[in-house]
Design a protein around this ligand. Sequence first.
Ligand code: FES
Length: 575
Amino acid sequence: MAAPKRRRSQDWFGREGKMGFIYRSWMKNRGIPQDQFDGRPVIGICNTYSELVPCNSHFRTLAEHVKMGVLEAGGFPLEFPVMSLGETLLRPTAMLYRNLASMDVEESIRGNPLDGVVLLMGCDKTTPSLMMGAASCDIPTIGVSGGPMLSGIYRGQHIGSGTNTWSLSEQLRAGEITQDEFHEAESCMHRSHGHCMTMGTASTMASMVEALGVGLPGNAAYPAVDARRNVIARRAGRRIVEMVEEDLVLSKLLTRQAFENAIRTNGAIGGSTNAVIHLIAIARRIGIDLSLDDWDRLGRGVHTLVNLMPNGEYLMEDFCYAGGLPVVLRELGENGFLHKDALTANGRTLWDNVKDARNDGPQVIMSHAQPFKRETGTVVLRGNLCPDGAIIKPSAATPALMQHKGRAVVFEDVDDFHARIDDDALDIDENCVMVLRNSGPKGYPGMAEVGNMPLPPKILKRGITDMVRISDARMSGTAYGTVVLHIAPESAAGGPLGLVENGDLVELDVAGRRLLLHVSDEVLAKRRAANKPPRIHMERGYWKLYVEHVNQANEGCDLDFLVGRSGAGVPRDNH
Ligand code: FES
């Protein structure tokens, strides 16, 4: 029989002499008895609690439940904070800091006596940053999502995070509602702990964690304030101790099959476009070369099954009552869209976890045979405007605009956009294509969620609610519209988006998977010779590191030197 693997925590706590004293004695200052250091699994609870991140404001409670679970299973829990990223307060965009937070996670895990880790994740970027950091370390890992808020309800109507923020602000700009009504809606939208309760990026990423097998069944949908959310946390605490004993490291879960399951799941839930970037980044950390072509290939034939905002009418609370993600996964599995034997954190296969799932809300989760929307997997566009790709989310777009040719109206950056969009003299009509540049990873910097540009008021007032918009930016997972995103390379990196001029003809052909600028190669070559992308110069600090090293959207926007896995070798002693 092979000798049991020595736990990495024993390189700290299992020592004698001066170093053993140092590693244990200071830990005893809060009453930890000697027997806690006897070689039992040491479990890190990686907490993104922060009052600056409202979506994660209940995480202290969640951590306590994980701790109870770890203790019940005979482990030694140690909670630690990492940089937390909130979508609503952090400027210029939380995405700028995703990679920084991932470094915090990676180094916190590797530099400490941890044998396994439970990741507490909620607001959009907290999920990919923790998953990326953990993937680079590759120790046993369970993800616990914080859960969505209860449904927003305003004057008897459901209102969803983000989705109705955009629609209410358009109504305010069009003069359809008053400022007082706007403020009232503000108080009704977010009325409990939890993250956005639409199928925005947070709910999407929580679903990805479950589909990847890193979260326990039910991870995506239980509301933050539902007692079952705490049960998941407690179960995760128990299970991670067993995972350490089984040496069930993250790379045994995060296989190519798992990512393929997640991509198809994203299509079926009508998930956020941000998942494209995040899954590519997570996959590349663990050593899987996921690409945009995988997204396009695997999305074919996948229908949107879930009738949730921003694509539909219901909210995450309804999704929970309908049965949540296991119902979607079962439907995918029964129609040949799932690698059923992918292993999950609870030690069972994905199919074992979901094959008996019950659909108690067929109006919320529909079947593959009669889906909510057909053929809506993420579409990857190519063409002379986006040599390295761009994406569109068909489930959130207007069908009539998915084949469209229009005159370009170009905005140099978001400041130019804000300065001119409300001007009635702006030469634009509903057939035009709105073009926004200098909003990508380097250009913004951080690739903000500004791709779903609000329409000009003079067009909104005529009752028109959608136009084709293209950019190198991202958009919020809660947003909607015929919006082409993630154009790569971005304009600030010399991409052809920087060569578009007002009046050029732009063609979007979703069925043909093309995005074209109808300008001859000769003219484009001349423009390119004369074009000087704005020089992005940062003096110091993380912004400088980011701008100099960030990869483009098609590569996951990771920092080039963070791609890959370094494992969790124990560093040298500190004294
Ligand atoms: Fe945190 Fe939407 S703002 S999840």
